[in-house]
Design a protein around this ligand. Structure first.
Ligand SMILES: C[S@@+](CC[C@H](N)C(=O)[O-])C[C@H]1O[C@@H](n2cnc3c(N)ncnc32)[C@H](O)[C@@H]1O
Length: 263
């Protein structure tokens, strides 16, 4: 495992989202570094997110979003009690292939402890993981493709800050994320704290935008109500990505809560 802190981009030029080849995302190395076993930060994120989903009766959310799903199955599992349909929106051909394979042919055994933890924290989840994941639809796309107001709840884990070095573009991804939910809809997100551009394994440097709680508040306070930001300590069982921890966010899109969309 490469524990060398990530190097800055070779040219010194700000790298934007379109400058990285997301189709070539190194799924196997990413899973090996982050998700082949439960790390303390996964437990922290799952605890935080499960507490949000527990607020909703089973099946009460018609349609929810996982933006930039990547090959991470646990946010999709967590949504499987409250949500009747989960759209996993993801631009990378490699991650879309992995997700579809897991959904169609059964999950890797390494995901089972994740589901057991999700279910222990949200007993409304079905006994079988396959039943929870049956509600997931994989959609190839980016934040730019989201239709405003289409979702009752949107979730985004390690995406806006991990896909560009441009703070303006980080803000635009967060803006699309907020607008994707209906007025009164719920927002749920996790961000690497202060993470610079990073490597997975020995592959290329991926563009990132270091953000802290102040930066999150600057972006989300004008766009949301009920903003809550909490922090997990840096997880030293993960490779050295140069971060200082994880920031967890919940908020609502302002506006009168509309009844959930049917269908
Ligand atoms: C660091 S990974 C996080 C993956 C996953 N959400 C997780 O929890 O591990 C960033 C993800 O964002 C996706 N991504 C890149 N550009 C994006 C964009 N413009 N809109 C939405 N997702 C994007 C990448 O393909 C990748 O899957």
């Amino acid at each position: 495992m490469d524990r060398t802190p990530p190097s800055p981009p070779p040219t010194g030029r700000i790298r934007r989202n379109r400058d990285a080849d997301w189709n070539a995302w190194p799924v196997d190395d990413y899973l090996a570094e982050n998700y082949r076993r439960l790390h303390p930060c996964d437990i922290g994120v799952i605890r935080h997110h499960a507490a949000v989903y527990r607020r909703f009766p089973p099946g009460s959310l018609a349609r929810t979003l996982e933006l930039g799903a990547g090959p991470n199955l646990y946010p999709l599992m967590l949504a499987g009690a409250a949500s009747r349909r989960i759209d996993a929106v993801e631009p990378s051909a490699a991650s879309v292939r992995y997700l579809r394979e897991q959904l169609d042919h059964g999950i890797d055994d390494s995901w089972r402890p994740f589901y057991a933890l999700c279910r222990s924290l949200d007993p409304a989840l079905p006994a079988e993981y396959a039943e929870a994941l049956r509600r997931v639809r994989v959609v190839r796309g980016t934040a730019d493709d989201l239709a405003p107001g289409a979702y009752d709840l949107a979730s985004m884990n390690f995406v806006a800050e991990s896909v560009t070095e441009d703070f303006g573009e980080f803000t635009a991804v967060c803006d699309a994320f907020v607008r994707a939910v209906r007025p009164g809809g719920t927002l749920l997100a996790a961000f690497m704290e202060r993470m610079p551009s990073y490597r997975i394994g020995t592959g290329p440097v991926w563009p990132a935008c270091p953000v802290d709680e102040t930066a999150l508040r600057a972006v989300f306070v004008p766009r949301t109500t009920g903003l809550r930001v909490t922090r997990l300590a840096k997880d030293r069982t993960l490779p050295e990505y140069g971060d200082t921890g994880v920031l967890l966010l919940t908020a609502e899109r302002p506006g009168t809560p509309a009844p959930p969309v049917q269908g």
